[in-house]
Write a protein that binds this ligand. Structure first.
Ligand SMILES: [Zn+2]
Length: 191
């Protein structure tokens, strides 16, 4: 059996098809280029950055999920969509094969797929849903200190006192009290 980790943002499963949604939040003017697959973003200030292509990511996830379903003896078409969460993301150049949608357009896209004939009987569909749910693991992102190569021991936790800098303010009713200099900070809650 193939063992690979499938990181899927959102999966939409029906007896006729499955859709993998890759949700992205990259502000600016966006260009998908194909060889090599990359996403080029131009920010409002003119800065240009490159990202892994979400189109290539979603296509890979589609292939992996198709395979995952297939080895369980089920044939179900899988589609992939890149979703840009905010309209501030301007798609200057869309990818060649992959669908790119804003959230508002997702319902009508899904409706358009319902023309497909139903592939799975209720039993198989329920079995597949359960199988997916039981293989599901919540994604826990790596700690930010690992991403930035900061030793864990360099990170101190707690609420800092404005007066002496000590970490370890203690919440007392609606106030915070410093355990080192006894400073009280008052926070008046607004109605
Ligand atoms: Zn203090």
């Amino acid at each position: 059996m193939v063992k690979s980790i499938l990181e899927i943002d959102t999966l939409f499963l029906t007896p006729s098809f499955a859709v993998v949604f890759e949700v992205k939040n990259i502000a600016g003017s966006l260009k998908f280029i194909e060889t090599p697959p990359q996403l080029i973003r131009t920010s409002a200030d003119g800065q240009i950055d490159g990202f892994d292509s979400p189109a290539a990511q979603v296509e890979r996830n589609v292939e992996l999920l198709e395979e995952w379903i297939h080895i369980r003896g089920i044939h179900l078409p899988v589609y992939g969509v890149v979703v840009f969460a905010y309209p501030k993301q301007i798609v200057e150049l869309a990818p060649v094969k992959t669908k790119v949608l804003f959230p508002k357009l997702i319902p009508s896209y899904i409706k358009s797929l319902y023309d497909k004939p139903s592939k799975l009987k209720k039993d198989s569909f329920n079995w597949l849903s359960t199988e997916i749910m039981s293989s599901h693991r919540n994604y826990i992102p790596p700690p930010i200190c690992e991403t930035y190569h900061i030793p864990r021991s360099d990170i101190r936790t707690g609420v800092a006192c404005e007066f002496c800098g000590n970490l370890g303010m203690i919440k007392v009713l609606r106030n915070w009290r410093c355990s080192s200099c006894e400073n009280y900070e008052y926070h008046f809650e607004r109605k």
